[in-house]
Write a new protein. Structure first.
Length: 265
């Protein structure tokens, strides 16, 4: 059964824009006011471009769980986004390897879903070894009485390597079994991502599946033919770095026009 937050159709696929905050581990002089202005300005570009689902992505690199400052700042920014755009579905992801922090932020800010990068199966990432978060995340969500917050779980994406001998399709089935409401599959290339989606479906995954990278206007139709949705960010940027606008309203609008044209075909 699909989580209510993840309801979708051919006319309304799960296309999610990712709004990356600056890395606060190297931008410690930025104020909350500056970060809120940055997030609101860029969220406006996504909404004006026709996208109604947005993921707020903390990028503060931390060796352990998310620190209190990250939780407080991301919660405040998320709340500002929900207040400004109440009809927008908002998600939360944190850079730190943490099962509880994203859910706590989502509960405080009014967000609808979280994304967890290592949900099942231990993995080696560029930042070190990561243990699976599934049990802690589902237990903490129950503790918060926050079953209205959906969990999107990555399954061995392109930035990690499994530390256990398991096929990605088998890991996808396990992620569903352990409580993921949706899966995010990302291969080494777009073609590999599509192949992973197909393999997961053949293995028995029935929850929504999103492609997590390398999606743009040129391949969004192919992505939505294979998966239930996609997370899009880099291809919608007009520039990178700094606190001025990064995401381009026109690029977003063209992507969403392509999505709508597909629905009408």
């Amino acid at each position: 059964m699909t989580h209510a937050t993840l309801a979708h159709s051919k006319d309304d696929p799960l296309v999610i824009g990712a709004l990356h905050l600056p890395d606060l581990s190297v931008n410690r002089d930025l104020t909350l006011s500056q970060l809120e202005d940055f997030a609101l300005q860029n969220a406006e570009a996504f909404v004006a471009g026709g996208m109604r689902r947005l993921m707020l992505q903390d990028q503060t690199r931390q060796s352990g769980p998310a620190v209190p400052e990250t939780i407080a700042l991301t919660s405040a920014i998320g709340r500002s986004l929900k207040r400004a755009f109440p009809q927008m579905s908002l998600g939360i992801i944190v850079q730190a390897h943490d099962a509880e922090a994203p859910l706590a932020i989502a509960r405080a800010s009014g967000a609808d879903f979280v994304r967890l990068k290592v949900f099942v199966g231990a993995a080696m990432t560029f930042e070190g070894a990561r243990d699976p978060l599934a049990v802690r995340a589902v237990t903490y969500r129950h503790h918060l009485r926050a079953n209205d917050i959906a969990i999107m779980a990555d399954v061995f994406d392109r930035t990690s390597r499994p530390l256990i001998d398991v096929d990605p399709a088998e890991a996808a089935v396990a992620a569903q079994k352990y409580g993921a409401d949706a899966l995010v599959l990302t291969g080494s290339s777009f073609a590999d991502s599509v192949a992973r989606v197909n393999a997961a479906r053949q293995a028995g995954v029935s929850r929504p599946i999103l492609i997590g990278g390398s999606v743009d206007q040129g391949n969004i139709v192919q992505a939505l033919a294979a998966a239930d949705g996609a997370i899009v960010s880099t291809s919608l940027m007009s520039r990178q770095g700094g606190l001025s606008a990064r995401w381009d309203r026109d690029l977003i609008a063209r992507l969403m026009d392509t999505v709508r044209d597909r629905a009408l075909a």
